[in-house]
Design a protein around this ligand. Structure first.
Ligand code: TRP
Length: 465
């Protein structure tokens, strides 16, 4: 296809760069902040197993579909979907997948930056030794004091947004590619170091046990829904981030040694990405829970686990200053490579419409920043204003992750499974095994849409209670 020959934004240099970039998008606050605390709330092992099942039956099939649509379209999600709709002789209204995705990317970016900027601030503070010997009450008070300070939070939010959109402004090759090539190896090294550190603590065995011992009595219907939702969020599905990255994925690459061209497989790449994402989530659990148990702390701490309980644990341990700092640097790396994938689809769309990349990045960044100000202020100045029982931050988060992402994923699965011509799908996937292809097809047509519908309906009925 010509679009692949003359890419508007550039192509990943190799299959590994695509895998790194997509893993960078997937591995984020979802893995290091959210996964451990939900696992903690559901009591460990059994929830982990449920989550793994959701990744396999819903996450991987939808991710394959999303990358496939992206590579087939070769453009930003909005334009890719328009093109695919035309190619398949269906209404161009299917571009709603792209528009909805751009909007959810924008909403997620705004609140994501708020939480990421806490980690940025904590990395700085951990380095100063602020958490050394801190008491439980002080750790709690410290977290609340940070949230109560609008100027501090605004400053950090601004810094994180500049970091994010700065990378996007530099483009696919000089920005995104370079960022993931530096940050992702760093992330893996830091995680391994931190797990090694956790392994030296006395609570390690208890931490491992907590993550991997299955006690099904603790599970409920809500656990299933949360596992589904988490699988979805952690793989960055449903908003076009993965579709945009798929558009920069070459179909064929020349092998440097033999000089032969080889086709670049979507399916095996996605399996690797999902596996790496899962390993990082489990690794984060392995790095965190032993520290909590060693410090005699509770794992069921909710969202405050990373910002209240963990600093407390680091503050008590030998080497806590160094490892605590490294931990928050790890979180920042993870969040940074995710947030660039939230901004890229919209910027790519504006660039295709003729705007300069720097200008597009500036505008998208400004708009997401402005919306993020609402989230920042909802922790302090606007604390008392709530809507449907939640703050501005809560509502933006729920609307995007519990409604818009599942809806986007549902439409993606339906388009890939039911609308797109099968010959095109098979060609783009290029799967050698017919049996595996049929398994994927059954998943993407039936199993995955049902899973996503369950999230949506579960959320809506829960919200009405
Ligand atoms: N996957 C990221 C995380 O776990 C968040 C994220 C980045 C995301 N891009 C996304 C979620 C796109 C949904 C859609 O933190």
């Amino acid at each position: 296809m010509q679009k692949q020959d003359k890419p508007a934004h550039g192509m990943w240099a190799s299959r590994w760069v695509f895998i790194l970039a997509a893993t960078g998008s997937a591995v984020g606050l979802g893995n290091i902040w959210r996964f451990p605390y939900i696992t903690g709330e559901y009591g460990g092992g059994a929830f982990v197993l449920l989550y793994l099942a959701c990744i396999a039956v819903m996450g991987v099939p939808i991710m394959i579909a999303e990358v496939m649509l992206g590579r087939r379209g070769g453009l930003s999600p909005i334009h890719s979907m328009k093109k695919l709709a035309t190619d398949n002789k269906v209404t161009r209204r299917w571009a709603v997948i792209g528009y909805l995705g751009a909007l959810s990317g924008f909403l997620i970016l705004s609140f994501y930056s708020t939480v990421a900027s806490w980690a940025l601030y904590y990395a700085w503070e951990a380095l100063q030794g602020v958490f050394q010997g801190i008491s439980a009450a002080d750790s709690q008070a410290h977290y609340q004091a940070m949230q109560a300070n609008p100027w501090l939070m605004l400053g950090m939010h601004t810094l994180f947004m500049v970091l994010t959109m700065g990378v996007v402004a530099m483009g696919v090759k000089k920005g995104l590619e370079r960022a993931v090539e530096i940050l992702m190896p760093l992330l893996f090294v830091l995680l391994i170091v931190l797990i090694g550190y956790a392994a030296t603590t006395s609570g390690f065995a208890q931490g491992v046990d907590f993550l991997f011992a299955f006690d099904f009595s603790k599970l409920s219907g809500q656990a299933v829904l949360d596992a589904l939702g988490q699988a979805f969020f952690t793989l960055s599905l449903g908003m076009g981030a993965i579709m945009a990255y798929g558009a920069y994925m070459p179909r064929e690459l020349r092998d440097k040694k033999s000089g032969q061209t080889r086709s670049v497989s979507i399916v095996s790449s996605v399996v690797i990405i999902a596996a790496l994402d899962t390993l990082v989530a489990l690794g984060a659990g392995l790095a965190i829970f032993p520290l909590l148990f060693t410090g005699g702390l509770e794992p069921a701490q909710g969202p405050g686990m990373m910002f209240v309980t963990l600093p407390l644990a680091f503050g008590q341990m030998p080497g806590g200053l160094l490892f605590g700092t490294l931990f928050f640097v790890l979180v920042v790396c993870a969040a940074w490579t995710s947030s660039i994938s939230l901004g890229e689809p919209m910027v790519a769309w504006l660039v295709e419409r003729g705007m300069r990349r720097w200008l597009a990045s500036l505008l998208v960044g400004l708009a997401a920043w402005l919306l993020g100000v609402g989230s920042v202020l909802s922790f302090n100045v606007w604390k008392d204003y709530t809507f449907l029982g939640g703050s501005f931050f809560d509502n933006i988060e729920l609307l995007s992750t519990s409604i818009m992402l599942p809806l986007g994923g549902l439409l993606i699965a339906i388009f890939a499974g039911w609308i797109m011509k099968e010959t095109q799908v098979r060609k783009e996937l290029g799967m050698k095994s017919f049996v595996l292809y049929m398994v994927w097809r059954a998943m993407v047509r039936i199993v995955a849409p049902l899973g996503v519908l369950a999230i949506l309906i579960g959320f809506l009925t829960g919200a009405l209670d």
